[in-house]
Every structure is written in C-alpha cells, then in structure tokens.
Design a protein around this ligand. Structure first.
Ligand code: NAD
Length: 248
C-alpha cells in the first residue's frame, strides 16, 4: 500500500508505536512530521522524508502554529495519527488524586481535541483527510486499578466516532485502533509501584493475549498504513482491534 506524497502528522513519534508508525509511513512514500515532547526520543529518526518537531501537544497555541506551518510548507495535511499517550500505574481509585485523573484525561483525551481541531482546519477545504487515534483495548476490556487511563481511552474512542459522523460530509475519515498489551516502554508503566516488570510482562500481559505474544509496534503501524490508504476509503468510525484477541 503506497502513501506517496501524502503529508502525515504523527504525535508521540518518539514513542514505541509512534516511531514504528513514522518509519513505516516514510517507507511507503509519505512525508511525515513527527511531534513529541521528548527531544531525545526523536533524535534517532534520520529519514529524508521525516521532520521532527518538539512540542507538548497540550500547548494549543504551539500546535496551532505548527499545523499552520506544515500546511503552508506542503500545501496540505493528508493525515493525522494520534499516537502519544501516558500510562497509569495500577492504583485503587481511593489512592488516585484528582490531579492524576486530570493529567491522564488531559494528555490522552484533551490532546485529541487540540490536534483534530487543527487538522480539520486544513482538511475540510480540501474535502479529504484521514485521522487515526491509538486508544486501547482496555477501553472495552478493562483491568483493575487503571480507571483513569481507561476512562481517557473510552473518551478517545467516543470522540473519534463523533468526529467520524461530523466529518463524513467532507470525506474526512476518522478511525480508532485498540492495541492490546504492546512491547514498548509504556507497558512496564502499567505495573504497580515496585512490581517486577519483566515477570509481569510474561505472567500477566502475555498470558492475557489469546494469540500468546505481546503486540509489536510494527503490528500497529501496519494497521495505520491500511487505515490511511485508499484501500480503506469506505472505512470510517471504525475501531480496529490489534490486540491478539485480548478483547474477546
Ligand atoms: N504499550 C501498550 O501496552 C499500549 C497498549 C494499548 C494502548 N497503548 C497506547 O498506544 C499509544 C502509544 O503508546 P506507546 O506504547 O508507544 O508509548 P510510549 O511511552 O513508548 O510513547 C508515548 C510517546 O508519547 C509522548 N508524549 C507523551 N505526552 C506527550 C505530550 N503531551 N506531547 C507530545 N508527546 C507526548 C512521549 O514522549 C512518548 O514518546 C498511547 O496512546 C498508549 O496509551 C499502549
């Protein structure tokens, strides 16, 4: 599936999934602008068709300026992939502060409002575009002690579906991917404080996946390539589970 000359923004491009997504998109001919809050995490992506931008996606003004600059430089924005996120370490609700709740909701859900609003400004006049949000299978198959993270991912999926119906008249497609437990830095951050993360990966996460393996970042990138491509031109408002059957 080719994405030649498509201009695609990937948030969280320095992370496990975001990086794999950015690299696969570049390989398929797209020009990718990768945004991440962490400078170091972006530094090892050196492809010609890749541009790194360091920004906190919650900084609305900076994101607005960035999207405007990208559109001015390239004449369009074809795609937006929301792949940033933060985890919650397993904690019972009575020990979670309101501040922690707000932080998870802000980073994982409010960030989507900010990036989608900006992308739509440039997609609507062209009457085309594709927006993909990485949510989580935990939104529909919860685990104990992750209530705030899971609420943020439920919001992400509902928001995507709401955007899909709102933007369909402009031929802008909006879809969600639900990864299962994935082999990235984030996975260990879901463990309880002081837990043995390596043991937990095998004993808890791997065993929760019917196909018996953790999801790899490239598995998610493959799904993103499909959803961005013309092969998915009639797919909108959909949620694609890339979870090894964890949601069953
Ligand atoms: N790893 C898993 O097991 C798993 C499972 C299901 C869903 N997910 C979701 O997949 C997505 C990608 O996760 P990952 O595993 O690649 O995580 P990761 O921690 O490897 O990467 C996340 C990236 O987001 C960036 N980021 C965080 N806050 C930001 C902000 N405010 N502005 C800009 N960048 C910011 C981080 O710097 C990091 O590079 C996330 O939305 C996550 O919730 C992950």
């Amino acid at each position: 599936m080719k994405l030649t000359n498509k201009v695609i923004i990937v948030t969280g491009a320095g992370g496990g999934m975001g990086k794999a997504i950015a690299l696969q998109l570049v390989e398929r001919g797209a020009f990718v602008v990768g945004i991440d809050i962490s400078v170091e995490s972006l530094s090892d992506i050196q492809q010609d068709n890749f541009e790194a931008k360091v920004a906190d996606v919650l900084d609305e003004q900076k994101i607005s300026e960035l999207f405007s600059e990208i559109s001015n430089t390239h004449g369009k924005i074809d795609g937006l992939v929301n792949a940033l996120g933060i985890a919650q370490s397993q904690t019972p609700i009575e020990e979670v502060s309101l501040e922690q709740w707000h932080r998870l909701l802000n980073v994982n859900a409010t960030s989507l409002f900010i990036t989608c609003k900006e992308a739509v400004k440039y997609m609507k006049p062209k009457r085309q575009g594709s927006i993909i949000t990485i949510a989580s299978i935990s939104a529909v198959r919860p685990r104990p002690g992750l209530q705030s993270y899971i609420a943020s991912k439920g919001a992400a999926e509902s928001f995507s579906r709401a955007m899909a119906i709102e933007l369909a008249p402009y031929s802008i497609r909006v879809n969600t991917i639900h990864p299962g437990p994935a082999d990235t830095n984030m996975l260990g951050q879901f463990a309880e404080e002081n837990a043995d993360v390596t043991a937990m990966k095998d004993a808890v996460f791997k065993q929760s996946v019917p196909l018996g393996e953790l999801i790899q970042p490239d598995d998610i990138a493959g799904a993103v390539v499909y959803l961005l491509s013309d092969g998915a031109k009639m797919v909108t408002g959909a949620t694609l589970n890339v979870d090894g059957g964890r949601g069953l």
